[in-house]
Ligand binder design. Structure first.
Ligand code: FMN
Length: 172
């Protein structure tokens, strides 16, 4: 799949086949794509927790608490980073969330190439997630995605602003 096809094919999938565990080599390739992402001064602060024990997967769904929106997936990838594991620019902007976003998007695009569905989930009970997965206090949980096979493929993306609305040449 060429890059532009991958970008067009990636969608947020919320309904998964519950029993299909993605093959380990697929999951490893997806994680490796995240590992190769660029980060501030190559600090590589993002860690990934693969949640695959059924009882823990259930607990994560509960901590996400967006019940009607999703149906069970067999695996979650939970992404975490410490605030101190990235830089701060001259304007005082902390880059750890950006580092995280780049890594997690690499992961999501690689999953698309592997034929696996994802949905970046940003709304969840962070303390519950940290408790369930025994994540040290200093880490922030910035993204969670189910990883699995969708019940139904989605069509092409059609709800984006046009280039004319967002691209500016030489001045705003
Ligand atoms: C940082 C981030 C957080 C998100 N959090 C949630 C979430 O908590 N629940 C959810 O259903 N979708 C969530 N989404 C998915 C977006 O709603 C989705 O990407 C957007 O509507 C565009 O749809 P598409 O991904 O299918 O192209 C999140 C996406 C991003 C990038």
């Amino acid at each position: 799949m060429d890059f532009y096809e991958v970008v067009k094919k990636r969608r947020s999938y919320r309904f998964y086949k519950p029993d299909m565990i993605p093959e380990k080599d697929k999951v490893d390739r997806v994680l490796n794509a995240a590992r190769l992402a660029p980060t501030w001064a190559n600090m590589q602060g993002v860690h990934y927790i693969v949640v695959q024990k059924p009882e823990k997967v259930k607990m994560i769904w509960k901590a996400i608490d967006q019940k009607d929106k999703f149906s069970n997936a067999p695996i979650f990838i939970v992404g975490i980073i410490k605030e101190t594991a990235s830089g701060i620019n001259k304007a005082g902007i902390k880059y750890y969330t950006l580092d995280f976003g780049i890594c997690f998007e690499h992961l999501i695009l690689a999953a698309t190439v592997e034929g696996l569905a994802t949905c970046w989930i940003g709304i969840f009970d962070e303390e519950k997630i940290k408790d369930i997965l025994e994540i040290p206090k200093k880490y922030r949980v910035l993204g969670i995605t189910p990883l699995g096979y969708t019940i139904k493929e989605k069509g092409e993306i059609s709800d984006r602003l046009s280039l004319e609305e967002i691209v500016h040449y030489d001045k705003y």
